[in-house]
Design a protein around this ligand. Structure first.
Ligand code: PEP
Ligand code: MG
Length: 847
């Protein structure tokens, strides 16, 4: 095997590889191939740099001999495999010595020569030899700086360019091996053995007489991605007068204050625009170009991917695809799905100062500011006064949903990513921070006590950042969300690319409208309990719960029936042509009952029952473990009238929507199933209701019955359960809770300790645990399909909106995932990524 060359001159045909010489070296070669005026450059590969760090220097005499001309001044820059992995800063003007200083004094004058020499001595001393900065602050001439250097180092300032270059290369190579640099790049995903390349380039000073200077330019707005020339140009002084005021900042275009490069040097400016346009087509990216102008002649020193904010990233990728420069699939892959969720929500202004009061779980993205309110009624009152508010609770319960609708954001002391507050907030697109354990919330005193003892009350304002989990002091400025053409393109192209369905978890007409606007494939989970929290309905619901026996219960249900029927008719009409999956009632009934004194008194009055009786009944309904108690299908078996009413409402709504010309095939889903017999009992009753409604209405319709697989036993027994079910939808919130034996409402308290200690790689309620819960998914899907090959398999827990979980579901052959409406764009793009990457992988396996 041939030795890898220790360094390589970058020419159009040289063997320069990104994975051996780094991205900067590769990019410079591309610029050279484009015949841009790039100064002479040499690349040193990763293995040589590693050897330099270990004490083995490369042949510097040969390397330096590749650069000719006077004065011989060089720069060294780092070139890592991925720019995000960083690298030591550039060192410029290597080769500055007494000889170069004299030459520059003769040609450009003393001021320029002194300035360059002084700068180099300082940067060599401080950045390369690691001397203290302080003593150099006083040294304002090259001679003074040299004296400080020689005193500190007890040796002369090196005059030989080889000695200088050797020291620079060694310092940069060792800086890369340092612990903090290593940790920083590993945090950006770099492998432990990531290499550093270095590029040595002839300096193009931009210091000559006449029109000279240096600058950076980019051709898009870094905030929006819209075409716009921005950057800065530092013009070198011209003539005698200007020597007294060297380095004036010039602007690139006429729009800004001061003289512009466009006016001073229109040809060079046009040349720069051409460089930008050529970079865009040839490098298939918006680049930021570093340049110098020497006596009117342009030199391109470097080009890097232009820095950009999230929305600019989306605009740039789509514009490149629309112009045919990159394929659409690549545009999609260039956008991280999580970026889209940032575009859909208000964000804290990036420039705004922030004082962090506490940190919690980033439970629902977006930022919101407002006054603190401590109960749902206050939130509603604030809304009626048009006042922004943040609802603060220890944890939320269904009673708080109305208040959540009215609030601008929600903050809870307890809870994690799938606690009640988190799930509802995501559904509403409401910023939410849960599990802010540094806080103590007292609903009674209407205060929040911070970790440092400070107490905030009703008059105080805070801002929450549901994307980072931060709770901030005061009203921090925010930026509006943006849904523009670029966003719409991403949605359309994702739909064309993906081969796994994306539905929405939508309970209300508002949710469904939003979801339809994002172009979902249907509703994958309509949690019907949320329909009962409207005050008028809640009272009837409570009457039903307090009914003495089946006939009283039936009477209350009779009143709920038309309300449910109207809900479903609206949903079916709105979603006409798309599937709507309705889950029968799931939560324990006591969630519909008040828990506080006044609420209980009000209820007793509304029911016209003695307070003591109401209290006793409520107490009797309490369970030690409500999430494992009388809920889901257990309600359907113990009190069949509830599910019967819901089934009737669904079928009557189907008939009503069909009559209006909508296309409807309802799907009915049974929650918390553990055994085949549960499904059998419920199915028999629902079939009977369907037959009755067909008969009464004289209308034919179909429906699909499915099972929510959210207990480990249902996953294990999916084969026999599938005999009864058209579809199996994995409810991974409960399934994760039950597989781990970990309460989804309490896990927030210790989850960060668990993740920090590496017990779990991530919060399993946020990112699907593919090893454990995932195995149950695979097993359940396989057992179900073995018995019923056409059974539809889906996932409708919160994981349905997580890109990693979507990739897993696609690989497992699931038909669709379902997530909160606001997560739909993220899920669609993630599904497209999974499909594109999956088929690339399949193609490469085939070839
Ligand atoms: C689930 O358990 O995954 C689910 C979707 O249902 P819920 O969150 O309503 O319990
Ligand atoms: Mg569930």
């Amino acid at each position: 095997m041939l030795d890898t060359p220790r360094f390589t001159e970058i020419t159009p045909t040289a063997d320069i590889k990104g994975e051996r010489h780094g991205k900067r070296a590769k990019c410079l070669q591309r610029l050279i191939r484009m015949e841009l005026p790039v100064p002479h450059t040499v690349a040193i590969p990763f293995d040589a740099v590693r050897d330099i760090a270990g004490g083995e220097m490369i042949d510097l005499s040969t390397l330096i001999s590749l650069f000719d001309g006077e004065p011989r001044l060089l720069s060294v820059r780092s070139s890592s495999e991925t720019p995000d992995w960083g690298g030591p800063g550039a060192v410029l003007n290597i080769g500055m010595n007494d000889h170069a200083h004299a030459w520059l004094s003769n040609t450009l004058g003393d001021t320029v020569a002194d300035k360059l020499y002084l700068r180099f001595i300082r940067s060599f001393a401080i950045e390369v030899m690691r001397l203290d900065e302080a003593p150099f602050e006083e040294a304002t001439t090259p001679a003074a700086a040299r004296a400080v250097f020689e005193e500190e180092m007890e040796e002369p300032f090196p005059q030989d360019i080889r000695d200088q270059l050797a020291a620079v290369l060694r310092a940069m190579a060792r800086a890369w091996e340092g612990t903090s640099a290593r940790l920083l790049r590993q945090a950006q995903g770099a492998p432990a053995d990531a290499g550093l390349g270095l590029v040595v380039q002839r300096m193009a000073q931009g210091m000559g007489p006449g029109q000279s200077g240096s600058g950076v330019v980019q051709f898009v707005d870094p905030a929006t991605g819209a075409p716009q020339v921005t950057g800065r140009y530092m013009g070198q002084a011209m003539g005698r007068e200007a020597l007294r005021a060297p380095d004036r900042a010039l602007y690139l275009t006429r729009d800004a204050r001061g003289p512009s490069l466009e006016e001073l040097l229109p040809e060079v400016y046009a040349e720069l625009l051409d460089v930008g346009a050529r970079c865009r087509t040839r490098l298939r990216e918006e680049m930021q170009v570093e340049f110098t102008i020497d006596q009117g002649r342009l030199a391109v020193l470097d080009a890097v991917r232009c820095p950009r904010e999230a929305r600019a990233g989306v605009a740039i990728a789509t514009a490149l695809a629309r112009d045919g420069i990159i394929p659409r699939s690549e545009a999609l892959l260039r956008i991280a799905p999580a970026t889209l969720s940032r575009l859909l929500h208000r964000q804290i202004d990036t420039d705004a100062p922030r004082t962090v009061l506490a940190r919690g779980v980033a439970a629902s993205p977006g930022a919101a500011s407002g006054r603190l309110v401590f109960d749902p009624a206050e939130a509603q009152a604030a809304l009626s006064r048009d006042e922004a508010c943040i609802l603060v609770r220890r944890e939320t319960s269904p009673d708080d949903v109305r208040g959540m609708h009215a609030a601008d954001g929600v903050l809870t002391e307890r809870g994690g990513t799938t606690s009640h507050a988190a799930v509802i907030a995501r559904g509403l697109g409401l910023p939410c921070v849960t599990g802010a354990t540094g806080l103590r919330v007292s609903g009674k005193d209407r205060t929040v006590t911070l970790a440092d003892g400070r107490v905030l009350g009703e008059g105080d304002s805070i801002t929450i950042d549901g994307s980072s989990g931060e709770v901030l002091d005061g009203l921090v400025p925010t930026q509006e969300p943006m849904l523009d053409d670029a966003f719409r393109d991403i949605m359309t192209w994702s739909d064309q690319a993906r081969d796994i369905g994306v539905r929405a978890n939508a309970d209300t007409v508002a949710d469904a409208t939003l979801a339809r606007g994002f172009g979902v494939d249907g509703i994958g989970l309509c949690r019907t309990e949320h329909m009962f929290f409207d005050p008028a309905r809640l009272t009837v619901m409570r009457e039903m719960i307090f009914a003495e026996g089946p006939s009283d219960r039936a009477a209350a249900l009779e009143r709920l029936l038309p309300m449910q029927r109207d809900d479903f008719t609206e949903l079916f009409t709105l979603m006409s042509g798309l599937p709507v999956c309705i889950r029968l009632l799931d939560p324990p009934l006591h969630e519909f009952l008040p828990s506080e004194g006044q609420g209980i008194s009000d209820l007793a009055a509304a029911l016209d029952r003695p307070l003591s009786e109401v209290k006793t009944r409520i107490a009797a309904m309490q369970e030690y473990n409500p999430m494992l108690g009388m809920r889901g299908v257990r309600l359907g078996i113990a009190m069949p009238e509830i599910y019967e009413m819901q089934a009737r409402a669904i079928f009557e709504a189907t008939v009503a929507a069909l009559d209006e010309g909508s296309v409807v095939t309802p799907e009915i889903m049974i929650p918390l199933v553990t055994a085949r017999r549960e499904v059998e009992l419920v199915k028999r009753r629902i079939d009977a209701i369907a037959a009755a409604v067909r008969e009464e209405s004289g209308t034919e319709f179909d429906y699909r019955l499915g099972v929510m697989v959210e207990t480990p036993r249902a996953a294990l027994r999916a084969g026999e359960i599938a005999e009864m079910a058209h579809f199996l939808s994995f409810g991974t919130n409960d399934l994760t809770q039950m597989t781990y034996g970990l309460s989804r409402d309490d896990a927030g308290r210790f989850m960060s300790a668990y993740v920090n200690e590496g017990v779990y790689p991530e919060d399993p309620f946020g990112t699907l645990d593919v090893d454990g819960v995932g195995e149950l998914l695979l097993l359940g899907a396989a057992r179900g399909r073995a018995v019923r090959p056409d059974v539809t398999v889906a996932l409708c827990g919160e994981h349905g909106g997580s890109p990693e979980s979507i990739a897993f579901c696609r690989l497992a052959g699931f038909d669709y995932v379902s997530c909160s409406p606001f997560r739909v764009p993220v899920a669609k793009l993630a599904a497209a990524h999974a499909t594109i990457l999956g088929s690339d992988a399949a193609d490469s396996r085939r070839s």
